[in-house]
Design a binder for this molecule. Sequence first.
Ligand code: NAD
Length: 512
Amino acid sequence: MRKEPFTKKSSVYADAMQTFHRAADLIALTPRVRLELEEPDFEHIFYLTLELRDRLVPVPEDHPEASRFLDLPASSVKAGEALEPLANGDFVLHQQALLNADITCREGVIRIPGRGLFRMVRGKPRKFKAYRIQHNQVRGPYKGGIRYHKDVSLDLFKTLAADMTWKTAIVDIPFGGAKGGVRIDPQAYSREELEHLTLRYMYKLKNLMGPFLDIPAPDVNTNPEIMAMMMRQYTDGERLHHALHGVVTGKDVRIGGSEGRFKATGQGIVYCIEEWARDKGFDLRGARVLVQGFGNVGSAAAEILHGLGALIVAVNDAHGTIHADEGIDIPALLHYVHENPENLRKTVLGFPDAPGISRSDFWKLDADIAIPAGLGCEIDGNVAEVLKVKLVVEGANGPTTPEGDRVLAARQIDVIPDVIANAGGVTVSYYEWLQNQRMEHWTEQEVNSRLERAIKSNLAIIRDVARDVPNKTPVHDSRRYCIGKRIDMRTAAMVLALRRIEAHYLLEGFSQ
Ligand code: NAD
């Protein structure tokens, strides 16, 4: 029998590392440094168990079972927060659910007025797969976000952890790279269940975390509330707990978070766009912008750009796309998505003044700038082929596939790569950590002026490397990094990262 020829399995990690290898070849990276960076320092994979509460799961009207319950009287549950609605349509029953309730239950099914039939499902323990990948710490403590998502994997977290190593080097902050999280669809769990999951996650990782060891932050589906829980779990029972607040960043400003951190990633994106516009002589007032993802990153970028006079003409998220050719009212959209308790999925869909369009039409719209700020691998070859914009600014991590990159380059669409475009978050995380160590609290203006300098000066270095024009100005110096030929922006950013990381190995040597 003929054997299939061996083909190396492609993966997100292998794809992402193409840029690493290209840059490493170009600068003849020291072979041992290449080996150190090729794979993470540590891959922690573990399991979390959780006791789930009882639930009410919808029985669809057209389900054959539903016809047997046509005459089932309605139940009424009066206790305040007895039933917690979840974005997936279930209700979680809290302990006081039956207080003052008037319930008629037949074969485990009840009817809730205005909502339909629900089957009671008994809570039981469940197991979740969890990860923390610590990629590299030669420049400082491991640093990177925590993601709760149903599609995470070792391969993805390795990619995101390595991205953090490059990113912290590119904005020149003394941190390394890490990433982690849990494979879970958080929209299907109650606030209390997610709290237990978060506490359990930190409990299991406690020995591997610390303000000088590994510092988590928010990422997809995690937020300042989750960071507060992590900090509490880490510091609980510690005599010097106040000295440990730097164990997580992205905290609420009232408990040691930094002014400006919440919007920092979006703000960094806008600093990149401003620098690009200045360089090109492009007026941002009236510029037409597409935003994918309206979570922390996408909504902050949209809000700040809207404030600068740009028009956000369409927004796409996990549930749909909205479009308004004259520009969407972003303050109203922020309210609709983030401050509306009825909008459980936190989606832009259904926003009154902007009709829905298809996802494929979203990318084809007439616009100047696209900001993918949802998940990875969204701009593939096909999307890159139909985009009409002049600039793609990568808010998300890894939103462009290698094929997408090739098409964008061929079509001469500029790209500001993720490792600088979305580095505002980790940069202000560093400022938060510094403020925690020094027990200080900086103003938003101070934070933003430092952030602006960090983003714009390092973007200027990357641009010089890409154009091969070594240059020194009062705010940046690219002479050490140019390689004697022109390269694309993504490779240039990696060159900058690798040169800065390599310096540590070359000057400090390797521990034996
Ligand atoms: P978030 O959970 O606050 O929001 C995610 C948004 O993306 C939501 O609007 C969601 O509906 C949307 N989305 C999810 N899947 C999608 C899909 N398939 N298509 C279109 N939209 C989709 O997350 P976030 O913190 O805003 O992170 C967004 C991206 O930015 C991620 O790639 C994350 O790794 C990256 N990032 C975040 C930070 C940060 O500080 N939060 C920093 C750097 C990079």
